[in-house]
Design a protein around this ligand. Structure first.
Ligand SMILES: O=C1NC[C@H](CO)[C@@H](O)[C@@H]1O
Length: 421
């Protein structure tokens, strides 16, 4: 039986997080590239990472959600280099990047959620595992424009024995890692808040059938159980988007998160991606979008109540005015949207509901788009938008003063709600 984690670990108590004897709310961001910046060479930019973490800490951000491992792939819109170039072959420099990131977070009393795979193409992810173990083409949906096929094909990952064995070898490699900077085992590090199975794992596409849904539920329970067998101190979460990532099937979302090995629920909110909002017609589409968004925000807190677990809104985002990628473009609509999201989360948290905080998507900080077409190329800055999207789409940059002000105020209000055991 693993020793109980010390008080500095984030743990679940009832339907809330507790840390150091106090209720802990996540006021976080998404920093998918945090481990990349932490690398000692190559793509590493440790001075930038230190500056970004100082900036985030000054805003009251206490948590970053980070990609822990990427897979080398031929898909055009994926990041390179990758942590693994083939099964069993690791880029130790990128793993040292995670070490440095965790060490720097620990110095600032900040925490990280590390996701161990990706349903989407921008880090190789499940598609690349299937390419390795079935020979299926790693077809980039940004090229094929066929996301429905991409999602249906990716669901084969959950039931592919060879892909799962390699995925578990990668999990073991990272979960059992000893930090080369601090000398501390990841398993003993309270700077790690939780392991996460993947970024936005889906059971397939919207037409996912009974078998695919059953395989998905089994995969979550068994993989979370495997991680807990290696590390009994840290929480495990799925990385689910909620209904949008569960074929709009509430029963599936509940069943997938019932296992005791999943400590808390996650959900994401993407009005533009899901066709609820048109940034080129904001007045026409705002009301309908907000109606759907508020409903989405509330129904998942109610799911968390049903399961008796905390839930974190670990991704939400809105593009710049007029759907511009230009950092000079205003963020009027984004600020209004962020304000509504923060308000709802604060209200439900203050009411004692199981919402445990938020991570906005995503921190661009000092990063800047490098190309006129806003697409990422190897060697360019990392920003909040991964390589499969225009660099500037959803990123919050250090120059976005009005948005930063909102974030800082909401982080402060969440912290004020916390503090109670
Ligand atoms: O996890 C994700 N959710 C939505 C982001 C913005 O579209 C996307 O970049 C990322 O793959």
């Amino acid at each position: 039986m693993a020793a109980a984690p010390d008080a500095a670990f984030v743990v679940v108590q009832g339907t809330h997080f507790v840390r150091n004897g106090q209720r802990y709310y996540v006021a976080g961001t998404n920093l998918w590239y945090g481990g990349y910046l932490g690398a000692p060479s190559g793509v590493g930019q440790r001075a930038r990472l230190v500056k970004e973490l100082d900036r985030l800490q000054a805003l009251g951000i206490n948590n970053v959600r980070v990609l822990a491992v990427s897979e080398k792939t031929d898909m055009k819109s994926a990041v390179s280099p990758a942590t693994t170039s083939a099964p069993g072959q690791y880029d130790e420099e990128l793993l040292k990047g995670l070490d440095f990131l965790l060490a720097e977070l620990g110095k600032r009393d900040m925490t990280a959620v590390l996701y161990l795979n990706n349903f989407w193409q921008w880090s190789g992810g499940m598609t690349q595992y299937l390419n390795w173990f079935t020979g299926s083409a790693a077809h980039d949906p940004n090229v094929s424009k066929d996301y429905e096929r991409f999602m249906a094909e990716n669901a084969r990952f959950y039931g592919n024995a060879n892909a799962q064995s390699e995925y578990r070898r990668v999990i073991a490699r990272i979960v059992k890692r000893v930090n080369s900077v601090t000398g501390k085992a990841y398993r003993d590090d309270p700077a790690l808040m939780a392991w996460q199975l993947a970024n936005e794992p889906r059971p397939g596409n919207a037409k996912a059938g009974k078998e695919q849904k059953a395989a998905y539920v089994r995969w979550i329970a068994e993989t979370a159980g495997y991680i807990r067998s290696l590390d009994g101190k840290h929480m495990v979460s799925s990385g689910s988007e909620g209904l949008a990532g569960s074929a709009e099937d509430g029963q599936l979302y509940l069943d997938a998160h019932r296992t005791p090995n999943i400590a808390y629920l996650t959900y994401h909110l993407w009005p533009k991606n899901w066709g609820w909002f048109d940034s080129k017609q904001p007045d026409k589409t705002w009301a309908g979008m907000m109606d759907k968004s508020l409903r989405y925000l509330n129904v998942h807190v109610d799911y968390a109540k049903t399961l008796g677990k905390p839930i974190v809104l670990e991704e939400f985002g809105m593009d710049r005015d007029g759907a511009s990628f230009d950092i000079a473009a205003p963020t009027t609509v984004r600020d209004r949207f962020y304000g509504e999201v923060f308000k709802l989360v604060q209200q439900r948290a203050a009411a004692g509901d199981p919402i445990a905080g938020w991570n906005f998507w995503a921190w661009g900080g000092a990063g800047r788009a490098a190309n006129a077409d806003y697409w990422w190329k190897p060697g360019n800055d990392f920003v909040g938008d991964p390589p499969q999207e225009e660099q500037g789409l959803y990123s919050v940059f250090d120059s976005d003063a009005s948005t930063l002000k909102l974030i800082q105020a909401s982080a402060q209000r969440l912290r004020a709600i916390g503090g109670k055991p």
